[in-house]
Design a protein around this ligand. Structure first.
Ligand code: TEU
Length: 569
């Protein structure tokens, strides 16, 4: 297998808690995944990225790990894991695990030891600091710096037993590991090799750009109206990040490069930085998850402060990333994951008339760009955001903490905050996978840990897999086209109709063969000048998302949410 096998691969993300429950406890598990492997095979995907299944107190649904070498009993056993891995490999599907090593759970033995005393040998495995000068521990303002947590509140927690604070960029139960300490790095690399030696095919690396921090941990600027300082300049892409990632590459992936996939989740990464992280000559990562396109609808107040993103906003940013990584490096391509609201509700139209067409149009423009596409569970069905109407319906720590801080501390209107949660909460991505129109969407025979979307009665796999006009069928055709056409995997990217306010258009070319992608990403008819597309008048129709798309041709008009793909050469 070539070292860049992933250039023609498609990855499917499974959030195990919400995928399929086999034992009726209302929580997804490994046997539930085993029972649905043929769904993945039918879709045609090449790799599964499995969100954490390790031992965890589940403060952040498994992204708080208490034992990296144990399967959480909630999800099953190592026998189940081995059966899942064998079942995937038997279908030609690789397995990429989620690697969460910027932090552990506070219940991990490493942290329990580290916290046990000021002079414990593992004290320096985490970021411990005394109260800020002139303050006593526990006093207001005594935190060692002014950084805020991503999950609301300060990024420091006082440990009364030792009178010092520990750093947690996420929840209090997710203390940050100190990567400056070579013992920490050795323990992580050892664990990674242990999983790869068991047959795992790579890792998705959680906030991996946060592992190098400016060791002085200085205060950040406090934006207007905010409670805490901006720590990102001091923990995102710190001074040793490339050194650490290259060291990891040498200690773990060297010698395995032709069969593994590494993708680094990097909130805040720029395209210039991504060129360095994914340049094969540098031996760091194969690709990264960047966040610019999914931050476009964040207003000045951040993710909960919504501002509509235009088609021009979206296509200009995606084009910049295509052009920025054209000559070196590689893009990962995604709309959805377990942290993002459902794209059909966000950038499409989840109403009954256009849900299917807009889901297919968004899938088309994503999958035929240059990069490796990621499909998040349910995206292949066109699953939408959930109309929760009470804070009691939500489960996500980030969501619940934000609601409490916004309503109880900042005094914002509860109805307004709830509206923002309905639009943006991570729980939109975490409702049960919709297998059928049965109660709880066929996800469980019990009571699901979070309510299923009521629309499962008509948006579900049972209804779509057999329907040639379904979102599922369209995703299957997109994946098949990537597998069949080296133009999709290796071709270059050139925008067309670049200033059109409704149409995202681009051309892919490799040797004498070309693809043209035209997608109207609005609910109104889009008219365009065919002048720059004259050579496409007689092109072969390759793919479309409406019943009469094959007849459309390059005609100067696209129906609402219509996507067309043509082939030349
Ligand atoms: O997410 C990191 C991250 O950037 C999140 O703050 C994400 O951007 C935010 O939740 C979107 O609103 C990773 C995991 O994907 C996430 O599930 C974990 O909660 C987080 O790290 C901590 O491990």
């Amino acid at each position: 297998m070539s070292e860049t096998w992933w250039k023609s691969a498609v990855v499917y993300q499974i959030y195990p808690r919400s995928f399929a429950d086999s034992d009726g406890d209302g929580i997804g598990d490994l046997r539930g995944i085993i029972d649905h492997l043929d769904h993945l095979k039918e879709l045609g995907i090449d790799v599964v990225w499995l969100s954490p299944i390790y031992a965890s107190p589940h403060d952040d649904n498994g992204y708080d790990i208490s034992d990296y070498r144990a399967i959480d009993p909630l999800f099953g056993t190592f026998d189940d894991f081995d059966e899942l891995l064998a079942g995937l490999h038997a279908r030609g599907i690789k397995l990429v695990m989620d690697l969460v090593v910027n932090h552990t759970s506070d219940e991990h033995p490493w942290f329990v030891e580290s916290a046990s005393s000021l002079d414990n040998p593992k004290r320096d495995w985490y970021w411990w600091r005394p109260a800020r000068d002139g303050h006593r521990p526990g006093e207001h303002g005594a935190e060692p710096n002014n950084w805020g947590s991503f999950f609301s509140g300060p990024a420091w927690q006082l440990d009364p037993a030792t009178g010092e604070y520990y750093l947690h960029l996420f929840s209090r139960k997710q203390p940050d590991l100190n990567w400056e300490n070579p013992e920490v790095r050795d323990a992580v690399y050892d664990m990674m090799n242990w999983w790869l030696d068991r047959g795992v095919d790579g890792f998705r690396m959680d906030v991996i750009n946060f592992i190098s921090k400016v060791v002085e941990l200085p205060d950040g600027e406090v934006p207007a109206g905010k409670l805490f300082g901006e720590g990102y300049p001091f923990f995102g892409q710190g001074p040793r990040i490339h050194e650490f990632l290259h060291e990891m590459h040498e200690r773990v992936f060297a010698g395995r490069a032709d069969s593994t996939l590494t993708v680094g989740e990097m909130p805040g990464v720029s395209v210039e930085q991504a060129r360095l992280f994914t340049d094969p000559a540098r031996g760091e990562l194969d690709m990264v998850f960047q966040f610019e396109h999914v931050d476009l609808d964040h207003g000045p107040g951040g993710k909960w402060d919504h501002r509509p993103a235009s088609v021009l906003d979206l296509k200009r940013n995606l084009t910049m990333w295509q052009e920025g990584l054209a000559d070196v490096g590689w893009n990962s391509l995604y709309w959805n994951n377990h942290d993002q609201p459902r794209v059909v509700s966000r950038f499409g139209d989840d109403g009954p008339e256009h849900r299917g067409a807009s889901a297919k149009a968004l899938g088309t423009v994503l999958h035929l760009m240059r990069g490796t596409p990621y499909v998040y569970q349910g995206e292949e069905l066109g699953m939408a955001n959930v109309p929760f109407d009470s804070i009691d319906d939500f489960r996500d720590i980030e969501t619940l903490n934000h609601y409490a801080e916004a309503v109880d501390i900042q005094g914002l209107d509860a109805a307004d905050v709830l509206a923002a949660l309905r639009r943006t909460s991570r729980d939109n991505a975490r409702t049960p996978m919709q297998w059928s129109d049965a109660p709880a969407a066929g996800f469980t025979t019990g009571t699901p840990w979070i309510d299923a979307n009521p629309d499962h009665v008509h948006v579900n796999a049972a209804a779509e897999v057999a329907d040639p006009d379904s979102v599922f069928a369209h995703y299957r055709r997109l994946i098949d086209l990537r597998h069949r056409s080296s133009v999709v995997a290796d071709g270059d990217f050139t925008p067309v109709l670049a200033d059109h306010p409704q149409i995202f258009g681009y051309r892919r070319a490799l040797g004498g063969r070309q693809l043209l992608v035209l997608a109207n990403l609005t609910g109104e008819v889009a008219r365009y000048d065919t002048a720059e597309l004259d050579t496409w008048r007689d092109a072969a129709f390759a793919l479309g998302n409406l019943p009469d798309s094959p007849a459309r041709g390059v005609s100067g008009a696209l129906e609402p949410w219509e996507a067309l793909v043509f082939e030349l050469g």
